[in-house]
Design a protein around this ligand. Structure first.
Ligand code: FES
Length: 155
């Protein structure tokens, strides 16, 4: 799918920030995902053509980083950190609680498209573990009670 005119202008601007067009790959993928919510195979082809890269290289980058999604997320996209500090501070219990409450497993989307859940590696907020990111917002120092309150506020 071709990005909107507005996103293409942002992409042109992002490319100018780099000495080599190919170096803009992560920035361009972020812009496309921001518009569409995920990166489809046809987006990868468009990016490969725009940056003069092999499609396999774009596909490899998209599949390597958990920050890139290849299918539509829920309206509330929950990413919960599973790395060491968050584990020590109880993230497993939080993940189990979320899976039970939302009725989905890690990587799933609720049938109504309201929530998606994925565990990810460190989100760089170890000092306030356990934590999660919902869309663009961080929620830190989580407890089961705080998690329930956040879920209630998302309804
Ligand atoms: S270990 Fe969870 S934010 Fe770093």
């Amino acid at each position: 799918m071709i990005p909107s005119q507005a996103t293409q202008l942002q992409i042109d601007s992002a490319i100018k920030e780099y000495a080599h067009t190919r170096s803009a790959l992560l920035a361009v993928l972020h812009l496309i995902q921001r518009e569409r919510g995920y990166i489809a195979v046809e987006d990868e082809s468009w990016v490969a053509a725009r940056l003069d890269l092999p499609p396999a290289e774009v596909a490899g980058v998209v599949s390597f980083y958990t920050m890139f999604r290849t299918k539509p997320p829920g309206r509330h996209h929950i990413q919960i950190c599973r790395t060491l500090t968050c584990q020590i501070r109880g993230c497993r219990e939080l993940v189990k609680h979320l899976e039970k409450k939302l009725g989905i497993q890690d990587g799933g989307v609720t049938p109504d498209g309201r929530y998606s859940l994925i565990t990810v590696e460190c989100l760089g907020s170890c000092g306030t573990a356990p934590m999660m990111q919902v869309n663009d917002d961080y929620h830190e120092n989580l407890t089961l009670e705080r998690l329930d309150a956040l879920l209630d506020s998302m309804k």
